[in-house]
Ligand binder design. Structure first.
Ligand SMILES: Cc1cc2nc3c(=O)[nH]c(=O)nc-3n(C[C@H](O)[C@H](O)[C@H](O)COP(=O)(O)OP(=O)(O)OC[C@H]3O[C@@H](n4cnc5c(N)ncnc54)[C@H](O)[C@@H]3O)c2cc1C
Length: 412
């Protein structure tokens, strides 16, 4: 709709209801939305960055910032993540079903952040690049045809492309497809910000397979707190609160500590992340690694790619071609998610898991590959290729071996 024929969202033209025009509206200013807004604004587009929250705002999350996230942060913001926002860890402990599984003393750097700070930094950088700030603004009407939206204070925004980066409960996805996510597939995480241990600076990361079914538990020791959580496929975890209490007890913490919960799209990638000139990015597009639960990196990457696809489509004068361009750009991310989904059966299914755990215990190489994967140094395809030739013997040996605790082993 050209700017000369303003209309309200119900379609009735009014003289007083001139919409503010933008090239791109980005709905949601988390890692996906901030990246999209920053990249679109840096490409010379006019951008409205809308979020119902005012920043700084919190987001339930472990705050595990992998090497992949750090790489994408650099790509998008042109700098390293500021050191004041992260603690960096170089060692990790793995456990399974309460038993030590292995200790890796020299992993590729893994950073820990508090999302309240990290997200505020990214949103501020998007605004500094020229995006217009509509934070603290609730959306009361959303028209995906135009596309346009109205804010609770009555303001009316219109754009040629809309990027829905509004998280797992995405209003944009719900309006496009009838639901934000599939209830049978969705993941769920519970988390506690507990008091930091006295030696958090020296304490390794901790990952506990089996703390949740089709998922895992984590202890991320940060300078100001210890983030403890479990996450897994919701439909496979009948009583997650009980599992969380058990995990807290295992870590020597009060099982009654108050925890918070949040959905996460744990492996239900949207093949068609949008429609025409409306694109979905980050959790709204289901872009969370189905094994590790990592979502920050894919949110940033998809936000960046959505903005580049929008810029291309607008330069070509065909906003509706944005989705086609975006899908092409997302091919590597979608491939990685598909591969991870295939591999996760080995890690999480009751049939294969004991053998995989035993293989993981025996093989330092497998553990290192897992950490390199987390660091973004390799992808699932590389990991599968590197392990497949050894997997039959690893699994056979593992299946013949009873799992027994071996402490901080570093075998090869
Ligand atoms: C318990 C838990 C632990 C996790 N741990 C990790 C981890 O350690 N590392 C990792 O990489 N990932 C982790 N994740 C996943 C990660 O948190 C998400 O993948 C990531 O936040 C997705 O970013 P996003 O920008 O797509 O969405 P979000 O970060 O959810 O941002 C969405 C934004 O949209 C806004 N919004 C929503 N609806 C509207 C609306 N209607 N109007 C306006 N604004 C709206 C929200 O206020 C929010 O600011 C975890 C997830 C959970 C649940």
């Amino acid at each position: 709709m050209p700017a000369s024929t303003p209309a309200n969202l119900s379609g009735t033209a009014t003289a007083t209801d001139l919409p503010q025009q933008f090239d791109v509206i980005v709905l949601g200013a988390g890692p996906a939305g901030a990246a999209a807004a920053r990249v679109a604004a840096a490409s010379g587009l006019s951008v409205a960055l809308v979020d119902k929250a005012r920043f700084p705002r919190d987001k339930l999350c472990g705050g595990g910032v992998t090497g992949r996230s750090a790489l994408y942060f650099h790509e998008i913001y042109g700098e390293e993540i500021p050191a004041r926002l992260i603690d960096t860890k170089n060692s990790v402990e793995f456990h399974a079903d309460g038993q030590p599984l292995g200790f890796l003393p020299e992993i590729p750097a893994m950073h820990l952040a508090m999302r309240v700070d990290l997200d505020a930094e990214m949103q501020a950088r998007a605004l500094a690049a020229g995006a217009m700030d509509f934070s603290g603004c609730r959306v009361t009407e959303l028209d995906l045809e135009t596309p346009a939206l109205r804010l609770a204070d009555g303001r009316h925004l219109q754009a040629r492309v809309l990027i829905g980066a509004d998280g797992v409960n995405s209003q944009v996805a719900r309006q496009l497809f009838g639901q934000s996510y599939d209830r049978d597939q969705i993941g769920f995480g519970l988390e506690v910000e507990a008091a930091p241990g006295p030696d958090n600076a020296a304490t390794p990361l901790r990952i506990d397979f089996g703390a949740a079914d089709w998922g895992y538990g984590w202890h991320f020791p940060k300078r100001g707190s210890s983030t403890i959580g479990i996450g897994g496929v919701l439909s496979r975890n009948a009583d997650m609160k009980a599992a969380m209490a058990a995990y807290l007890a295992l870590l020597g913490r009060d099982p009654g500590l108050p925890c918070k919960g949040h959905h996460l799209p744990f492996g239900e990638v949207r093949k068609h992340p949008g429609r025409g000139a409306v694109l979905l990015a980050g959790d709204a597009a289901g872009l969370v690694d189905p094994i590790t639960g990592e979502g920050i990196a894919y949110a940033m990457k998809s936000g960046q790619q959505a903005a580049l696809a929008a810029a291309e489509a607008l330069a070509a004068g065909t906003p509706a071609s944005a989705l086609r361009r975006y899908r092409r750009r997302l091919v590597p991310v979608h491939r990685a998610m598909r591969q991870a989904r295939a591999i996760r059966v080995l890690l999480f299914s009751h049939t294969f898991r004991p053998a995989f755990i035993a293989a993981f215990r025996r093989s330092g190489r497998l553990r290192h590959l897992y950490m390199r994967l987390l660091a973004g140094e390799i992808e699932y395809g590389d990991m599968a290729r590197a392990t497949l030739c050894r997997l039959p013997s690893l699994l056979t040996r593992a299946a013949l071996t009873r799992i027994r605790p071996r402490g901080r082993d570093q075998d090869a």
